[in-house]
Design a protein around this ligand. Structure first.
Ligand code: ASP
Ligand code: MG
Length: 450
């Protein structure tokens, strides 16, 4: 592509929550003409409502209530637009489809229908945002991402066909980029049968990164509601500060271990093509943000502390594991069959402790009684909830003296349930009781980032 500099910019739910927010984003795009491909999330709150609609046994009245709530969010934006009537007709048509899917879903649950339902937030916000762009004089067009984002049929966390994506982008998106700004949907894809799929909650970041990769973008910008990535969650301690520059490796660990700011897979495509990623606030673009790239000027031992709540710890214990082989393989076969992804692992001679991310509102497979029963055929199983995962992130942590002492001396009074250290040079992770999570992070931040 012969664009001098080409940025893929993604705007999250809060950035497209209302007309004022959308207008701010439109001005960011207008002020930097390198922003040529825009990926949007659903307006804030809409996907959460759609998650409820995508479940079974939702009464007719609740369905109607949810759809009315979504309509209100969208029409509050469209009433500020010159093309109000025309866009409202489109929204109405989409909401009729949504109501039909919801009705079907409440009768008999189907994962395919769930994904169709979940996609409506982005379908609406992208159409509206293209008009907001036009209102500030930018030649924005909405293109349906399903033309390019072909996936398998793993509904709820569909896997994208990268070769197809690249080919389709070159064919359908690239020619439009010459004189237009494309607005498209994050989070959404389409399988071979033509059914709508989704990439998992928070997947718009990942969509944007995949599109940046496929189109050889020079930059990926993720616009959100915080002025970049912080040393820790500023809601936990007011000592938290924005990080100007961070390496791909460190940022990937942060995204994986709970810094909610980026979808964990976002950096993978960016790293493959070495595309720098910017994270900033669409509310305060003048404040700058965080730049994530391959090489950075400084690589401190401690960069940040991430916290992930609602962790489940499963301990499997079998005397048969003593001097035996194949036990772990059997455990993982069961987990793989149910598409459960394990985060942390520690083992002893006869037991293995594993953690799972089990957040509410997730569309991913959750550890359920079927899985536990299958594991119980093999071994003794204990499941614990109410835990939080704390990840201290930095550089060469496995080769630096005193890391464990500095961390664990600081939180001497807190019960540490499980520790993982050494597999990654970028982190030291452990589990604590949910009630002590904030205190743990605050103490560590005070000690390590004073
Ligand atoms: N709207 C989707 C969600 O809330 C995807 C995203 O915003 O990234 O999960
Ligand atoms: Mg997000």
């Amino acid at each position: 592509m012969s664009l001098s500099s080409f940025t893929v910019a993604k705007f999250g739910g809060t950035s497209v929550a209302d007309h004022q927010a959308m207008l701010r984003c439109a001005n960011i795009i207008k002020n930097d003409p390198s922003n040529k491909l825009i990926v949007v999330s659903a307006s804030s709150g809409v996907t959460n409502s759609l998650v409820r609609l995508s479940q079974e046994n939702v009464s007719d009245s609740e369905q109607a209530e949810i759809i009315a709530k979504i309509r209100t969010i969208q029409l509050n934006i469209t009433k500020c637009l010159a093309q109000e009537q025309q866009i409202n007709e489109q929204i109405a048509a989409l909401l009729i489809e949504l109501a039909e899917y919801s009705k079907a879903q409440s009768l008999t649950y189907c994962p395919r229908i769930a994904d169709a339902i979940l996609s409506y937030g982005e379908q609406m916000s992208s159409r509206i945002f293209a008009l907001v762009l036009q209102s500030v004089g930018v030649n924005g067009v909405m293109l349906d991402v399903r033309e390019v984002m072909k996936t398998n049929s793993l509904y709820g966390k569909a896997v994208v066909d990268l070769k197809q994506l690249q080919k389709n982008c070159a064919q359908y998106f690239a020619p439009q980029l010459i004189d237009k700004v494309i607005v498209t949907q994050g989070f959404v894809g389409q399988d071979e049968q033509g059914y709508t799929t989704t990439l998992g909650r928070g997947g718009s970041d990942y969509s944007a990164a995949l599109l940046a990769e496929a189109l050889n973008a020079d930059n990926l910008a993720i616009w959100t509601d915080v002025v970049g990535i912080f040393t820790t969650d500023p809601r936990i301690t007011d000592q938290a500060r924005a990080i100007k520059e961070i390496s791909f490796g460190e940022a990937a660990e942060m995204a994986t271990f709970g810094a909610k700011i980026l979808h964990p897979a976002t950096l993978i495509p960016a790293m493959r093509k070495n595309i720098p990623v910017f994270v900033g606030s669409s509310k305060e673009p003048e404040k700058g943000g965080t730049r994530i790239q391959k090489h950075v000027d400084s690589s401190p031992i401690y960069r940040s502390i991430a916290l992930r709540r609602e962790q489940t710890l499963v301990t499997v214990k079998s005397p048969a594991m003593l001097h035996a082989s194949g036990f772990l393989a059997n455990v993982f076969t069961i987990l793989a069959k149910h598409e459960l992804s394990v985060d942390l692992i520690t083992t002893s001679e006869i037991s293995v402790a594993l953690t799972f991310d089990n957040p509410t509102g997730s569309t991913q497979a959750l550890l359920n009684s079927t899985v536990v029963k299958e594991l119980e055929q093999l071994c003794e199983v204990t499941v614990e909830h109410g835990l939080s995962l704390v990840a201290v992130i930095g550089n060469k942590m496995h080769r630096s003296n005193g890391v464990c002492t500095s961390v664990f001396d600081t939180i001497a009074g807190i019960n540490v349930r499980m520790i993982c250290h050494g597999a990654s040079e970028h982190n030291l992770c452990f589990l604590v009781d949910e009630h002590q999570a904030n205190e743990t992070v605050e103490k560590l931040h005070n000690a390590l980032f004073a």
